[in-house]
Design a protein around this ligand. Structure first.
Ligand SMILES: [Zn+2]
Length: 111
């Protein structure tokens, strides 16, 4: 390995965990758990895990648990947590949701 090869190797070594960390954030943005996905990226390959995440659908359950989405009590569709009117059925949300009326999470396909 020449001097250039060593530099490329060191850069790749440094970039690998940074990309793995970024993959974790990407997973979180799709309603999935950040740490397991970041670790997966670290041990397998950030690129491969990124592709897996891109193919997987957004986990609405995860987004609801993260407080980013809520379920419309009228039509059952998923809307942003701060929405006042349902995007799908146009029904108005009460300004404050009672705790007992909270969405009951349904089983999703794993993490
Ligand atoms: Zn609705």
């Amino acid at each position: 390995m020449g001097e250039r090869g060593v530099i490329v190797f060191i850069v790749a070594l440094v970039m690998w965990p940074i990309f793995a960390f970024a993959v974790g954030f990407y997973a979180a943005s799709k309603g999935r758990r950040r740490l397991p996905w970041a670790l997966l990226a670290l041990f397998i390959s950030p690129l491969i895990v990124l592709i897996i995440l891109a193919v997987l659908s957004v986990s609405n359950e995860g987004l609801i648990l993260a407080g980013k989405r809520k379920k419309c009590p009228q039509c059952g569709d998923i809307v942003p947590a701060d929405a006042n009117i349902c995007l799908f059925c146009r029904s108005k949300f009460p300004s404050e949701q009672p705790k007992s009326d909270r969405f009951q999470p349904v089983r999703d396909e794993g993490i």
